[in-house]
Design a protein around this ligand. Structure first.
Ligand code: HEC
Ligand code: HEC
Ligand code: HEC
Ligand code: HEC
Length: 156
């Protein structure tokens, strides 16, 4: 009796688990077009290392779990203003490459396939890429001087 019940439970769990695994990995709303920072490291290794040592690479860790559920998240993440997990670690944690350069999936796919790289990524992001976060809605806002600060984004 008990074994049959257990078997039933196990197979039900199995069906639930496979049904879940078979769901197409639909990108989270607003996350389409992004490749996330690890995808950039392959070809832009030195820049990635330099960025990884900067504070922009640690902004998600500045927030408590509570704060991550609030409006704080938007300026401490890349792209969508809530955490994108797709069942794994937070893909858009921190202020990644694509916060400043724009979504890079098409760039990554073309470059990886050896096709001509489409225009689209910002080669030299302007001030308008920074001020959605660097403004007085930030509770820790300090003045922002683009000309003085842009070269701090990363080494080339
Ligand atoms: C497979 C290799 C490859 C990957 C992966 C890659 N890039 Fe590039 N990237 C290149 C190459 C090659 C160039 C130089 C293109 C040129 O000079 O025409 C470039 C140029 C750039 C430029 C300068 C702008 C331009 O269009 O010339 C930026 C910004 C950039 N990449 C950002 C990124 C970001 C952000 C990612 C990750 C989302 C990324 N790249 C991933 C190969 C790659
Ligand atoms: C905080 C904003 C910011 C972030 C985050 C950022 N960049 Fe940049 N990036 C810039 C700025 C600004 C420039 C232009 C610097 C200049 O013109 O002197 C630049 C320039 C570049 C260039 C062109 C370099 C050249 O030789 O002209 C590439 C390639 C690039 N970034 C890739 C990346 C990659 C890859 C990442 C993530 C690992 C990244 N960036 C993260 C702001 C950013
Ligand atoms: C998505 C939001 C966001 C964007 C976009 C953004 N930043 Fe930031 N920036 C932050 C946050 C959050 C911090 C605080 C990091 C910390 O102290 O933990 C920060 C910190 C900085 C710092 C201090 C870093 C240090 O190591 O002392 C500089 C400089 C800076 N940003 C420049 C820029 C520039 C220049 C741009 C645009 C090219 C830019 N940021 C775009 C959110 C952003
Ligand atoms: C409008 C965008 C924005 C919002 C909203 C935001 N932050 Fe930030 N946060 C930033 C930026 C940009 C910095 C870097 C400091 C600066 O120059 O403004 C920063 C820095 C920080 C720092 C580093 C400490 C420091 O003095 O630099 C902490 C911690 C932090 N934020 C926590 C929070 C919390 C908690 C909330 C929500 C209550 C929040 N942030 C909401 C943009 C934002």
């Amino acid at each position: 009796m008990r074994t049959r019940w257990m078997l039933g439970l196990v197979s039900t769990l199995f069906v639930v688990a496979t049904a879940h695994a078979q769901q197409p990995a639909a990108p989270a709303a607003g996350a389409e077009g992004y490749a996330w920072d690890k995808a950039c490291a392959t070809c832009h290794k030195a820049i990635h290392e330099s960025w990884a040592a900067s504070k922009h690479a640690k902004t998600w860790g500045r927030l408590s779990n509570d704060e991550r559920q609030k409006d704080c998240a938007g300026c401490h993440l890349t792209g969508p203003k809530t955490a994108v997990t797709e069942g794994g670690p937070v893909l858009n944690a921190n202020v990644q490459c694509e916060s400043c350069h724009g979504p890079g999936k098409a760039h990554v796919e073309a470059a990886t396939a050896g096709n001509p790289i489409p225009a689209g990524l910002k080669k030299s992001p302007g001030e308008s890429m920074c001020t959605p976060c660097h403004n007085d809605k930030s509770p820790h806002y300090r003045d922002f001087y683009f000309a003085a600060m842009k070269s701090l984004s990363h080494k080339k």
